[in-house]
Design a protein around this ligand. Structure first.
Ligand code: AMP
Ligand code: ZN
Length: 429
């Protein structure tokens, strides 16, 4: 039933393991130029940790800290010990580079294999990785995990949907790893090509790497005729394989033997009450080359209270509800793009893509939402389309409390990227 006995370790034992590993992580981190300074300043030694609660005595690490240490300031070992690097998909300033020793890669592959097993993938499956290879961790990270599990692995990469279909058919591919925005596009592609997804061997999709709502998951499942499981990770914590859904599809188990997770109030830095939304903070417990301590992910989620029906004891987090730095402030109101997505995707007329534009009119910030409409609805008469436009604007206003301009556009008219979707464009100067 489980890939690793640690998945069902009683909580007390799991926490004891975390304490032991956290102490070890601190002793390693003290060899990194950055942590030797910050931990010494805070007078932290491995002995500062007696219980998991003591994590709160340690200083946070931010993305800016990583940037300021670019490229080598976070490394605990001589450079020759490292065998790979990845970089995060940041858009401004220095990227953040993450380095792995061979032991780190082995551990990552095991966590990834465990994650895949958790959502029902077995060695007899054939997995096609439809995500970009390269500096993005969703390529090699998923790839080595799939091989570790024993699956025949097809390194297709992103894009070229025609070839993707052929590979799926020729090699009887049962599992796809695919970014949600590409999954939506791919489903549309199949429809246009007249290929019935029910006739494809695919039974599972791993979707992650970018925020998406439950509505999107359901659409992917229906359109591609498979089960879709949420996969969460970030380069700073290896990449994918940090938290994964089990077959219950009710939250993602965080692999707490490898990551110490906290959820904090981003303003105060204190833990939020169990079950409340806050910023996810992560500490590596099993990485030797570049462990990060209390890394502020900027991702927003919450612990799902209670036990999971699958029997795993590792706590679950809810799907990522956006990033602390994704928040838009329009006319003084806080808006998260995911609220907009949720509202749009609940409407059957809405197609697979949308774009949020921020612009200025006089001195006022305004928000415009371009919404792709399904082909069959776009052909309807003007009056009906205007009615739909109004209905979308009203629904959005009810959700986000400001009235956006809504522009209906033809399906596939919003530009797509091969990697993570860019949902917000800021046209203000
Ligand atoms: P990168 O390290 O560049 O691959 O980006 C990692 C970031 O992608 C995370 O911090 C999240 O913001 C986002 N991300 C990854 N997986 C998911 C997921 N399953 N749901 C929502 N956002 C995700
Ligand atoms: Zn579970």
């Amino acid at each position: 039933m489980y890939f690793d006995p640690v998945e069902t370790l009683p909580r007390a034992e799991l926490e004891a393991l975390q304490v032991k590993r956290l102490k070890h992580t601190i002793s390693l981190a003290l060899h990194a130029p950055y942590y030797s300074k910050t931990l010494s300043n805070a007078q932290i030694t491995p002995n500062s940790i007696q219980s998991v609660e003591d994590i709160q005595r340690l200083p946070f690490t931010t993305k800016d800290d990583l940037r300021s240490q670019y490229p080598y300031g976070m490394l605990c070992k001589p450079l020759e010990e490292f065998v790979r690097l990845h970089a995060s998909s940041g858009t401004t300033g220095n990227p953040t580079a993450v380095f792995y020793t061979q032991a780190d890669l082995d551990e990552w592959a095991s966590l990834m294999a465990r994650s895949m097993y958790t959502c029902g993938i077995r060695k007899s499956d054939v997995l096609q990785n439809m995500a970009g290879y390269g500096l993005f961790t969703g390529g090699l990270g998923i790839h080595y995990g799939s091989e570790r599990l024993g699956c025949l692995t097809v390194p297709a990469g992103a894009g070229n949907s025609k070839r993707q279909v052929k590979l799926i058919q020729d090699f009887n591919v049962t599992v796809a790893h695919i970014i949600p925005s590409y999954a939506m596009y791919f489903a549309e592609f199949l429809k246009q090509e007249g290929i019935d997804p029910a006739g494809l061997p695919l039974r599972i999709a791993l979707i992650g790497a970018e925020p998406h709502t439950e509505e999107i998951r359901r659409r992917i499942e229906e359109m591609l005729h498979l089960k879709a499981y949420n996969s969460y990770g970030l380069s700073e914590m290896n990449g994918p394989g940090v938290a994964f859904e089990c077959t219950e599809q009710n939250g993602m188990h965080v692999w707490e033997d490898a990551f110490l997770i906290e959820i904090i109030d981003p303003e105060t830095g204190r833990h939020v009450p169990e079950g409340e939304v806050g910023e996810v903070v992560m500490t590596n417990l099993t990485r030797e080359g570049m462990p990060l301590i209390r890394y502020r992910t900027r991702d927003l989620s919450r612990f799902i209270p209670g036990e999971c029906g699958c029997g795993r004891t590792h706590r679950r987090i809810d799907r990522i509800q956006g990033r602390a730095d994704d928040m838009l402030i329009i006319k003084g109101v806080n808006i998260y793009p995911m609220q907009i997505e949720q509202t749009l995707m609940a409407l059957p007329e809405v197609g697979q893509n949308y774009l949020i534009e921020l612009f200025r009119e006089g001195v006022m910030d305004q928000i415009r939402v371009k919404v792709e409409i399904r082909e069959e609805f776009f052909e309807e008469d003007m009056r009906k389309l205007q009615g739909l436009q109004k209905r979308i604007a009203t629904r959005l206003r009810d959700e986000i409390l400001v009235t956006p301009r809504v522009e209906l556009v033809q399906s596939e008219s919003i530009p797509k990227t091969e990697g993570k979707a860019k949902r917000v464009v800021d046209l203000r100067d």
